[in-house]
Design a protein around this ligand. Structure first.
Ligand code: FMN
Length: 202
């Protein structure tokens, strides 16, 4: 499958009023303004059972995980916003990553993640902005063969970070996210120089 210089964006929370979805929406818009091609998906549209080795042995990898793997395989960068639950990544996100790491259709398990440029963000109610979740996710993504951008975005006190139009209250936060997305696009282009880099603004 031919990779393209595209970014796949998703949130580790599917809650309707999710602060991470608001953050992701703004980061996606910023990335698009920088010229990136972004596919923004909602994990609610890819429901998966909790990973179970017996289920996999009897029924194979669920169709939704196979579809997600196809999407991952056709993108060179990932943009993830996820809440921190009890000091780590959300179960939704971890379960999705676990299913997507399983071999399917003759493709090796971690192929969808290897060499992918990944930008990590979090929004949380706490003053730490979900940073502990980001740190754990950094380790998980690295273990799966991805290349995680050095910079990340952690939005503290997320209940106060967005205005009624879902824009950032603080213009400095908007600048931070803008720079972060620009850096992610730069990393995608660096890691995948032969895949449509002309569309990337640096
Ligand atoms: C089970 C659970 C555990 C949580 N643990 C943490 C935590 O460890 N650190 C934190 O900053 N916020 C924690 N929170 C609060 C989340 O920051 C808050 O629910 C946030 O709004 C979730 O993200 P969302 O708005 O994108 O859904 C927790 C929330 C839940 C439901």
């Amino acid at each position: 499958m031919k990779p393209t210089n595209k970014i796949l964006a998703f949130s580790g929370s599917t809650r309707k009023a999710s602060f991470n979805v608001k953050l992701l929406n703004l980061a996606v818009a910023a990335a698009q303004e920088h010229g990136a091609q972004v596919t923004h998906i909602d994990l609610r549209e890819f429901p998966l059972p909790i990973y179970d080795g017996d289920l996999e042995a009897t029924s194979g990898v669920p169709e939704n995980a196979v579809q997600l793997r196809e999407l991952l395989l056709t993108h060179d960068g990932l943009l993830i916003a996820s809440p921190e639950y009890n000091g780590s990544v959300s179960a939704l996100l971890k379960n999705t990553l676990d299913w997507c790491s399983r071999p399917a259709n003759g493709v090796e398990g971690l192929a969808p993640f290897r060499g992918k440029a990944v930008g990590l963000m979090a929004a949380s109610l706490s003053p730490f902005g979900g940073l502990r979740g980001i740190i754990d996710l950094r380790g998980i993504m690295a273990k799966m063969g991805a290349v995680v951008l050095a910079e990340d975005v952690a939005i503290a006190s997320a209940q106060n970070a967005f205005d009624p139009t879902d824009a950032f209250v603080d213009s400095n936060t908007a600048k931070l996210v803008d720079q972060f997305t620009s850096n992610l696009i730069g990393l995608v282009a660096k890691l995948h120089p032969n895949t449509d880099a002309s569309k990337v603004e640096r």
